[in-house]
Design a protein around this ligand. Sequence first.
Ligand code: GAR
Length: 189
Amino acid sequence: TKQIAIFASGSGSNAEKIAEYLTNIPDVETTLILSNNPKAGVIDRARRLHIPVLLFDRTTFYESNQVTRLLQAQKIDLIVLAGFMWLMPSELVQAFPDRIVNIHPALLPKFGGKGMYGHFVHEAVVAAGETESGITIHYVNEHYDEGQIIFQASCPVAPTDSPEDVARHVQKLEHEHYPRIVAELVAAM
Ligand code: GAR
């Protein structure tokens, strides 16, 4: 059985969609959900889905190898970032080469980088007068939003759209595509 670990910092709607989708795929299991945020909505979702949660703080994540060692001990095959807001430490990236994927709520390489996450992305897209936005699923390296792109999908942005409107359209794309792409990556492993 292939073992998936999902990292999430917030609401966890993507994490939930992925975990639900994978329950219908043979020989794949969402083994663990990890979060840096004890108030994250993803924790309740994980409880409902009966998936164990690991919470960690900044010191543990960046100044020890504990998270990496746990993921190795659990024989995790694929790490999925779903609204995880911290940079992955290089030792973790190196321990899982081409085994960490992220979703970004815009069409990279536009609107990526440090500070470009969640709502800030949609605000920037609207402020720039973009006529489209979308999602980017990509491999994770040691820099924010720079790893190799796996998949993109776009949606139109109307001149009257607010950042909330864009967020809603982008989230729909995320829920539609991320679970399927994760399943395809696992199937190819
Ligand atoms: C998603 O839109 C995801 O693309 C974004 O955070 C949101 C999490 O929503 N990720 C980033 O901005 C990463 N830089 P969720 O908690 O409901 O899945």
